[in-house]
Ligand binder design. Structure first.
Ligand code: COA
Length: 168
């Protein structure tokens, strides 16, 4: 199964909506599927495809099968930071290296940004140990743990890890 990577455009919004709703059926994403709607996708794409943002999609013959995005927080004191990172891979495509490829493309794009990006930040919770292992393999380190930051509808409480990859 092959795929190609490219920056996303606002025209990809419908495909983004379908992808994120599918990925949100698992435990990894912060949002439940019913919290992912056209307004959320529009706001996300406005930040990630605008200045200071990065959004890269993975496209197969069937369309969008993965996406990663992040953006500068905004204030000048954080101009060296790329945050709010979110990644989603279509469940049928997980475990085949697509997430790793999307991160590699994001790192390349971040290295091109002016002023330079020095920190790439993300959050991953204790219910998603597979993703945390992937992030550690990609060079992210845990810089903080926030006990009880997530409360699931089931009542289960999870901790969140703040992870950072430093770009040289
Ligand atoms: C996390 C995610 C982006 C990884 O993408 P991917 O294409 O599956 O990743 P890759 O194929 O490049 O890498 C696979 C690695 O991911 C890790 N991993 C992530 N989720 C995993 C899971 N549910 N089970 C097992 N391993 C998992 C493993 O370390 C695995 O390593 P291995 O290949 O040595 O077994 C993808 O699983 C996904 O979209 N999950 C749902 C949404 C989500 O959790 N987003 C991240 C929120 S922080």
């Amino acid at each position: 199964m092959s795929f190609a990577l490219r920056r996303t455009h606002p025209e990809d919004a419908a495909a983004m909506l379908a992808l994120f709703q599918a990925a949100a059926n698992g435990p990894g994403l912060a949002r439940y599927p019913d919290e992912i709607d056209a307004d959320y996708i529009a706001a996300t794409m406005a930040r990630s495809t605008g200045p200071g943002g990065i959004s890269i999609g993975a496209f197969s013959e069937e369309g969008l099968v993965g996406e990663i995005h992040a953006w500068r927080p905004g204030p000048r004191k954080f101009a060296h930071v790329l945050g709010d990172l979110t990644i989603a891979v279509d469940p049928k495509w997980q475990g085949q290296g697509l997430g790793t490829s999307l991160f590699a493309a994001l790192f390349d794009a971040a290295r091109e940004m002016v002023p330079p990006i020095e920190r790439i930040e993300l959050f991953v919770h204790t219910g998603n140990p597979g993703a945390r292992a992937l992030y550690e393999r990609l060079g992210f380190a845990v810089e903080g743990r926030m006990p009880g930051r997530l409360k699931l509808d089931s009542g289960e409480v999870l901790d969140d890890f703040a992870m950072v990859k430093r770009l040289a």
